[in-house]
Write a protein that binds this ligand. Structure first.
Ligand SMILES: *Cc1c(COP(=O)(O)O)cnc(C)c1O
Length: 416
């Protein structure tokens, strides 16, 4: 039995090998309990310094001369991320564009590589942008988007996928960790099912990069994309990443034929001739300030080590579930109870979840709300303490006991 007193939380923090990394982040208000690191990660102190340095010295003083090294940034940040977090050998990951745009680029490239097949598969609870991008591609090409049924708490059952794929399937695109419930899919098992049908697989790693070990090379994944402003702490709107397995790179062509994807770019040649490696998946000029911040964020995660981040994520979410069960019997777990089957966030179901969210924010606890009735709590392993979890849930139990939440509207706002 875990000691559920506040001293118990302090003892867990004292034994936490990652505890000192919290100091690497800006913590402006020590009273604020931040449980939304899976939506927008905290600001690393090193990133604030690096961005200031890039602005002042590299842009301000060196001006265009800085492009000599800026051109390498998308590759350098990608390789670091690949080796430290994604199980990808060098030359297969670049940082560019947004997750949405990268999804479009890689899904279109995959469909072009399977011209005789006319079905795309995803699940009916995949993240909205993933479903919309695939819906758009299917409409443009007059092919079918097949939505397989998933359980919004438990995640997709691989057997349901096995029944849905066939020799008309061109592409299967899924999220590794489900955004609402945190359910974690078995990447190796899915890759095997998809490849058994001769299709390609495209993973969305937004909620797994930096929170669970990803083994893209070892599991034979084909393609992946993901954001950098969640667990990677790259900052609001920081550029996303994409992965293309090495042997597919020269076989695939993405639909945005831009000059940054061109072989020998500054020859300014007459026609598009894509670079023979991962660079062909770039489109236009990289967002230098954003990628510099991504590199700093990833460096910190690399220092922590993905194994230790995973272990702490499982402990934090397990602890959160234990406290909820003990203190908040009216809230139901909407996340897989088995730590091996979830990422690093927990969803709790309650008809008043939106009002709890607003009352928590007033009480200086930041969670988020997800439809239809979920309170989502994301304790980022790199900078969330066990005491944060204890204090956050302690404030929630008071809000529920005092009925403070009844002062808030049940009408959701524009951003939740
Ligand atoms: C956050 C998130 C996105 C966001 O995509 P953007 O292009 O950055 O807006 C996409 N997919 C998943 C699974 C996400 O969690």
């Amino acid at each position: 039995m875990t000691d559920l007193s506040r001293e118990g939380a302090t003892a867990l923090d004292a034994a936490d090998p990652l505890a000192s990394l919290r100091d690497a982040f800006v913590v402006d208000d020590p009273e604020l309990i931040y449980l939304d690191g899976n939506s927008l990660g905290r600001l690393p102190k090193a990133s604030a310094d690096r961005i200031a340095q890039v602005v002042r010295d590299e842009w301000g003083a060196d001006l265009i001369r800085s492009w000599k090294h800026w051109v390498d940034l998308p590759f350098r940040a990608g390789d670091l991320m690949g080796s430290a977090l994604l199980g990808a050998a060098a030359g297969q990951v670049v940082v560019s564009d947004s997750t949405t745009v990268n999804l479009y680029k890689l899904a279109a490239a995959a469909l072009d590589a399977r011209p005789d097949r006319n079905v795309i598969i995803t699940d009916d609870d995949n993240f909205p942008t993933d479903r919309y991008v695939l819906e758009g591609l299917a409409a443009q090409r007059g092919i079918e988007l097949r939505l397989v049924r998933t359980d919004i708490d438990e995640g997709l059952d691989p057997d349901v996928l096995r029944d849905a794929v066939d020799d008309n399937t061109a592409l299967v695109s899924l999220s590794h960790v489900a955004y609402r419930s945190g359910a974690l899919l078995d990447m190796a098992a899915v890759n095997e099912i998809v490849h058994g049908a001769g299709a390609l697989v495209l993973w969305d790693l937004c909620h797994s990069a930096g929170s669970v070990p990803v083994r893209l090379d070892a599991t034979g994944a084909d393609l992946a994309v993901g954001c950098t402003y969640k667990y990677l702490n790259g900052g609001p709107g920081s550029p996303a990443f994409l992965y293309v397995r090495e042997e597919l790179q020269t076989l695939l062509r993405q639909p945005i034929w831009g000059w940054f994807g061109q072989r020998n770019q500054f020859a300014m040649g007459p026609a598009y001739d894509p670079a023979p490696e991962i660079g062909r998946f770039l489109a236009g000029t990289p967002a230098v300030l954003g990628i510099a911040a991504v590199e700093e964020g990833v460096r910190l995660l690399a220092e922590a080590g993905i194994g230790r981040l995973r272990a702490k994520g499982q402990e934090l979410t397990g602890y959160m579930i234990e406290l909820t069960n003990a203190w908040l019997p009216g809230l139901d777990l909407a996340t897989p109870p088995d730590a091996a089957r979830r990422g690093s966030h927990v969803s709790l179901r309650h008809p008043d979840a939106w009002r709890f969210t607003q009352a928590l924010i007033e009480a200086k606890v930041i969670p988020d709300y997800r439809t239809p009735d979920r309170l989502r709590l994301g304790p980022a392993p790199i900078n969330t303490s066990f005491t944060d979890v204890w204090d956050g849930l302690d404030r929630l139990r008071r809000i529920v006991a005092d009925r403070t939440y009844e002062r808030f509207s049940s009408e959701p706002s524009r951003v939740t």
